[in-house]
Design a binder for this molecule. Structure first.
Ligand code: ADP
Length: 500
């Protein structure tokens, strides 16, 4: 199949979260299965500063945005693994310090920026004569694509057989804008109704994608269930419930070329499932030094890497850190950026407990790797979690995840208890209710096992490290979905032919 994979962030070109990791690793996995994949993404300031060899394609990219005509440039390069990447350059929109927000506020023209991006994607197919079977859209930034295809392009030459897949990486971000932004889309106001693009008086680009796409996926089976009702559906639960038969949960995979303690060049020492103790101990000591903690091999070291957002359970986490830091012999390694409230709270905690809390309020890919390797346990007490990647990295790095059993966390982490330890399925610790006491009790259980039951601990770490969450299986499921949607399209066209 010829797949156009459209995403607003793609590792290694740009990243704010898990979407980038998926966009950087699913396309190469599809290519390994024999599919021809073209990734299309914006050329941000950061992307252009990476020093990549970018070829400029001499095609006239002129996009109508409301009453303006906006020009862009088309750049091309290759991902490792031979996947073609097209970068859309438009400096007024994308040459900015960040991707979507700055100083805690969204860019005011986010709707315009990604309408431009979507229209550019549609035009590229014609300009570059790309033979495309599937457009795979990711999150609200690409939600306009299925509508553009159905409403404007489907009858044009080269677009007739294209099907669309809309993948939801997080229902909480929907691309909701005031109604006048409908003008920017260039689509007729008749589509601005509650069954299609409108949502409580606003334009909603994720909803648009969900309505017009041929197939819908999200990033775990549990989350696919959860989003069909409140509160996880974030207002779009009815839309999803209606399209239940077109909605599939496909768990994200991990790129083990990038996240593998055996080969990871960011680490003080490498290790693997068969021999991890000495290497992990060196990584732990190095991390304690790097983050200004007391060097102490047997003190449980607990980690967190991620967006400092309510979603990630930061309120629970901060409360538990506050309670434990004064009394318990544990340490915390924390890396994240986000809500200024949590920046402040964590800074205060780190100041109050020097040597126990190592805090970095930054975005650092290499430190994220060193934390994964150096800690003993990874904290993910998320309020909701579509898939979550850090728990998968943690499993591979032998850092047992402590998770709230929601979304992808429920699908990927098996709580350690007598039964699961005995049958070899235990891989971490999980709790159900979003509650500080539950988190505390689960953490206490994990710390007790670490201290008092070294054999059981080692067995669970071994289980975790042996698990295989590589992309191969999930990429195969996407490929099956593409094929079934393409077959359905062919059938429906043939049926139309018979009756007309
Ligand atoms: P989400 O997509 O909801 O942010 P995921 O767990 O799916 O959460 O993916 C988060 C990704 O972003 C992981 O690869 C994680 O390591 C990375 N990440 C998040 N914050 C930071 C940070 N401050 N520094 C480095 N990497 C980060």
């Amino acid at each position: 199949m010829n797949v156009l994979f459209a995403s607003s962030e793609v590792t290694p070109f740009s990243k704010t979260g898990g979407l980038a990791d998926v966009s950087g690793s699913l396309p190469p996995a599809l290519a390994r299965l024999g599919h021809e994949v073209t990734v299309v993404t914006p050329a941000y300031r950061h992307t252009k500063q990476l020093g990549l060899a970018l070829e400029t394609l001499e095609v006239p990219l002129e996009i109508p945005i409301g009453s303006k005509l906006v020009r862009g440039r088309v750049l091309r390069c290759q991902m490792p693994g031979g996947v073609n990447v097209i970068l859309i350059e438009q400096d007024d929109y994308f040459d900015r310090a960040q991707l979507y927000t700055e100083n805690g506020s969204d860019y005011k023209d986010n709707c315009e920026r990604y309408v431009f991006f979507c229209r550019a994607v549609m035009e590229l197919i014609r300009l570059l004569e790309l033979p495309i079977d599937v457009i795979h859209c990711n999150d609200w930034q690409t939600g306009l694509l299925p509508a553009l295809l159905r409403i404007e392009y489907q009858h044009a030459r080269g677009y007739e057989d294209i099907v669309t897949v809309m993948t939801i990486h997080n229902m909480a971000y929907q691309g909701q804008f005031w109604h006048w932004d409908m003008l920017l889309t260039g689509l007729d106001w008749k589509y601005f109704n509650w069954r299609q693009m409108e949502f409580w008086g606003d334009l909603n680009l994720l909803k648009t994608g969900l309505i017009f796409a041929d197939g819908i996926t999200t990033v775990s089976e549990r989350y696919a269930e959860e989003i069909q009702s409140q509160p996880m559906g974030c207002g779009l639960e009815d839309v999803l419930a209606q399209r239940r038969s077109d909605l599939t949960g496909i768990i994200n995979g991990v790129d083990y070329e990038v996240w593998n303690p055996k080969t990871d060049s960011h680490l003080a020492a490498n290790f693997d499932a068969s021999d991890w103790q000495a290497g992990k101990a060196l990584c732990k000591a190095a991390l304690q030094r790097e983050l200004g903690m007391t060097e102490s091999p047997r003190t449980p070291l607990l980690g967190f890497v991620g967006r400092l957002a309510d979603q990630k359970g930061l309120d629970l986490l901060a409360e538990v850190i506050g309670q434990w830091a004064g009394t318990e012999d544990v340490q915390w390694a924390i890396l994240g950026t986000g809500d200024p409230r949590y920046h402040q709270l964590l800074t205060q905690l780190a100041k109050a407990h020097p040597g126990k809390i190592g805090l970095s309020l930054a975005f650092s890919d290499s430190l994220a790797h060193r934390i994964e390797a150096g800690i003993d346990m990874f904290m993910m007490p998320s309020r909701f979690e579509p898939c979550g990647l850090n728990q998968l990295y943690s499993l591979k790095y032998g850092s047992l995840p402590i998770v709230r059993a929601t979304g992808g966390l429920a699908d990927t982490v098996c709580d350690a208890n007598a039964t699961t330890i005995a049958n070899g399925t235990a891989s971490g610790f999980a709790f159900v209710d979003y509650d500080t006491r539950e988190l505390e009790q689960t953490l206490a259980r994990a710390v007790a096992m670490y201290r008092d039951q070294p054999d059981a601990w080692q067995r669970v770490v071994g289980n975790a490290m042996h698990q295989d969450w590589s992309w191969e299986a999930s990429a195969g499921k996407y490929a099956e979905l593409y094929a079934s949607l393409a077959a359905r399209r062919t059938d429906s066209r043939e049926n139309v032919g018979e009756t007309s």
